[in-house]
Design a protein around this ligand. Sequence first.
Ligand code: NAP
Length: 245
Amino acid sequence: MLNGKVAVVTGASRGIGASVARKLASQGADVAIIYCGSEDKAQAVKESIISEYGVKAFAYKCDVADLNACTETVKQITADLGGVDILVNNAGVTRDNLLVMMGEEDFDKVVDTNLKGTFNMIKVCARGFIRKKKGKIINISSVSGLSGIAGQSNYSASKAGVIGLTKAVAKELGGKNVCCNAIAPGFIMTDMTKELGSEEEFLKAIPLKRLGKTEDVANLAAFLADEASDYITGEVIRIDGGLAM
Ligand code: NAP
């Protein structure tokens, strides 16, 4: 259980992040819901968490690619909820294209959000974790960062970068009792995968013969946030129905 803990979930206005925020709240954590553009959705997630689970929940607009915004947001979270115990770096974007067609801005946008955003949030939360000698960092990577996917050179690079970052942070903060792990989802049904085309094609490649649900990822995040996983750090856990074996 996560009673008395404060969890920060980036990109929690919809998709995987909203499910993770709900799951952590269902385990008793107070939650900070970070969003970038979807204010109404973030407020709706906040209201439903408060009414369903009776924990504290606040929504914060913050572009994770902006270090100053992250610093100010974590200051406000600390004032509202009293510090951070669990950080879930879930905010992410895609700008898929073939390498030769990909604009520089599409590479920068994806790397700035997915990789630099993860670095920014870890950086601003790290001092609090070090002071408490306890903390859980969960970074959402992707099977795209493990295997590479054609048409996703920007996204694959950002998600592989998240894995390297996860391992470096696990080594750097391990002595302070801070665990840092990555989750590598396969195809999870969200807005991000809506446009990807024929479901049947994907199902052929997935041994478990179904796409993932956001709740599948949320359950794993809850395990990595809980003391049940206190001896796991620097790990990358695929959750993909066997896709990237
Ligand atoms: P999604 O439904 O598109 O939601 C993306 C979330 O990220 C939204 O809440 C969005 O907030 C937020 N976000 C985007 N840019 C942001 C920024 N600069 N600052 C703060 N928040 C920002 O995506 P999803 O499918 O749930 O994906 C969540 C994570 O899982 C991503 O890191 C993604 O790469 C990863 N992942 C997903 C899959 C999949 O199959 N779905 C597979 C592997 C990995 P606003 O709406 O408020 O802008």
